[in-house]
Design a protein around this ligand. Structure first.
Ligand code: MN
Length: 203
């Protein structure tokens, strides 16, 4: 079974003005598509051909750089699209609630402190990569981490391992058309489009 690119769970212009239509078209239709295509090439005719994406990602370090990079790319982007949502007018307050909000407060002191720390993880990831909010593999607590390239915290090679509940792509291709070198502005805009219901479901 070849891997396939699912359509976005919303229209390409749904995340305007925070993420622009052209960025979404290229990011999903070209970048994500390329990860899927290159992953299929990397596993074709190998013992990994019939593995699930989760199985591949779990052993990414032991398989091959092509599977690690493209399998990670496919997993991370699918996860990212599902983490986002258009909440309508910009005055809508977009914050987590319930048990997730309690866990964020417990782990980071407040929602604002969490946002600051998460953005800092994105800002300090040198070059290309991702910032993550994860449930730690050790104790189930919420932890902020970041990974290089298309690695993620599910991978055997990750420095900090756990189950991602939220992630943000800080590759330049995710924001450069609209924000150019201003990664901080992109990360600030990101809070307007987080799908907290989805994050709570994962948590
Ligand atoms: Mn990307």
């Amino acid at each position: 079974m070849a891997f396939t690119l699912a359509p976005l769970p919303y229209a390409y212009d749904a995340l305007e003005p925070y993420i622009d239509t052209l960025t979404m078209q290229i990011h999903h239709g070209k970048h994500h598509q390329a990860y899927v295509d290159n992953l299929n090439k990397a596993v074709a005719g190998t013992e990994h051909e019939n593995k699930t994406l989760e199985q591949l990602v779990d052993h990414a370090g032991a398989i091959s750089p092509a599977v690690r990079n493209n399998g990670g790319g496919h997993w991370n982007h699918t996860f990212f699209w599902e983490s986002l949502k258009n909440h309508g007018p910009s005055d809508v307050i977009n914050e987590p609630g319930g048990k997730l909000a309690e866990a964020i407060n417990e782990a980071f002191g407040s929602f604002d402190a969490f946002k600051e720390k998460f953005a800092a993880a994105g800002m300090t990831r040198f070059g290309s990569g991702w910032a993550w909010l994860i449930k730690s593999k050790e104790n189930g607590k919420l932890v902020i981490t970041s990974t290089p390239n298309q690695d993620n915290p599910l991978m055997d090679v990750a420095e900090v391992k756990g189950t991602p509940v939220l992630g943000v792509d800080v590759w330049e291709h995710a924001y450069y058309l609209k924000y150019q070198n201003k990664r901080a502005d992109y990360l600030a805009a990101f809070w307007n489009i987080v799908n907290w219901d989805k994050v709570a479901e994962r948590f």
